[in-house]
Design a binder for this molecule. Structure first.
Ligand code: PEP
Ligand code: MN
Length: 337
């Protein structure tokens, strides 16, 4: 951290800043220039820069260290590759996850998974516990849904990714799921993140509805700090002033976050746009932008879906999209798995 003062700051003001820096456990080093005096606070502790901003004579405080470490490129320069059921996320690979928004019935999951596995998808998504904005909306069918996902996935040799909404569900989920999904609304459920740090299964961490890249990485840091490095970050759109789409899919997250962090970044164009006809172009754009995978809602009969039908692709649409992105991926040095 650098505390910047005007060159006409008094010796008393400088001494006061040094005292404050040292009282927080840092070493203070003063550099006197013609225009500015810069006092560096050296140490690895975290601090609140506002503590120094209000000191007399201080013009600016520049924080140099980030509050996240394990997730940064500085900590690990090579890409983390998360592998599930032969599908890899990260490095040269972009993994595909597809399935309905919510588990409704055995037939619905079976019909959808059958079509997806014929296309080549090896990871099935579907929510059994749905965090809905309205308490009166369909909330998912609970553990029964996890059982359905497991038995259908086993039938077609697929793995499953499904959302956990509460820390109390971890033991139950361990029995059925291959990938834990932390939804946008739970991105800052720190108790859940801490516990998932102790789990030996991959975690999809969705970006919060209004979260910055740093807040998102800080949440991943909670999981990593607990010992679980198998994290897949998922851009799923953020809240902006635009109302035409459900969310604003922030594809810049791919290059920005991949530069900051070694973790794979996948994209969810379904929640990112909310409209089926926008899912295909945004999927193509995400692959062209170097994403490490896509998670897409597909329903065998979206017109009758209990949740997010309008953003769910018909299986034939998904098949066409899959063929297209297989052609796009090699141009950016990626392979679709
Ligand atoms: C989902 O994937 O079904 C979901 C609810 O997503 P999000 O948490 O991104 O809204
Ligand atoms: Mn959904």
């Amino acid at each position: 951290m650098l505390v910047v003062m005007n060159s006409n700051a008094t010796e008393e003001q400088i001494a006061n800043v040094v005292k404050s820096i040292e009282s927080k456990g840092f070493e203070a080093r003063i550099s006197r220039g013609e225009i500015k005096i810069v006092i560096s606070a050296i140490g690895s502790k975290l601090t609140d820069k506002r503590d120094f901003e209000l000191l007399s004579g201080v013009t600016e405080v520049i924080q140099l260290t980030t509050s996240y470490k394990l997730t940064t490129r500085a900590f690990k320069s090579d890409d983390t590759i998360v592998e599930v059921n032969g599908v890899k996320f990260g490095g040269k690979y972009a993994g595909m996850i597809a399935g309905p928004c919510a588990v409704e019935t055995y037939e619905q999951v079976d019909e959808t998974a059958k079509k997806l596995s014929e296309i080549g998808v090896k990871i099935l998504r579907g929510g059994a516990f749905k965090p809905r904005t309205s308490p009166y909306a369909f909330q998912g069918i609970g553990e029964e849904g996890l059982k359905i996902l497991r038995s259908v996935a086993d039938k077609y040799g697929m793995a499953i990714a499904t959302e956990i909404i509460d820390v109390s569900q971890i033991d139950m989920f361990m029995k059925y799921v291959d990938i834990f999904q932390v939804g946008a609304r739970n991105m800052q459920n720190f108790n859940l993140l801490k516990e998932l740090g102790t789990v030996h299964k991959p975690i999809i961490l969705k970006r919060g509805l209004s979260s910055t890249y740093e807040e998102w990485l800080m949440s991943a840091e909670y999981i990593m700090a607990g010992g679980n490095g198998q994290i897949i970050l998922c851009e799923r759109g953020i809240r902006t002033f635009e109302t035409y789409t459900r969310n604003t899919l922030d594809l810049a997250a791919i290059p920005v976050v991949k530069k900051l962090s070694h973790l794979p970044v996948i994209v969810d164009p379904s929640h990112g746009t909310g409209l089926r006809d926008k899912v295909e172009p945004m999927s193509r754009a995400a692959v062209a932008g170097g994403c490490d995978g896509l998670i897409i809602e597909v329903h065998y009969n979206p017109d009758c879906a209990l949740c997010d039908g309008a953003q769910s692709l018909y299986p034939e649409q998904y098949k066409q999209l899959y063929d297209e992105i297989k052609q796009i991926a090699p141009i950016v040095g990626k392979e679709i798995l």
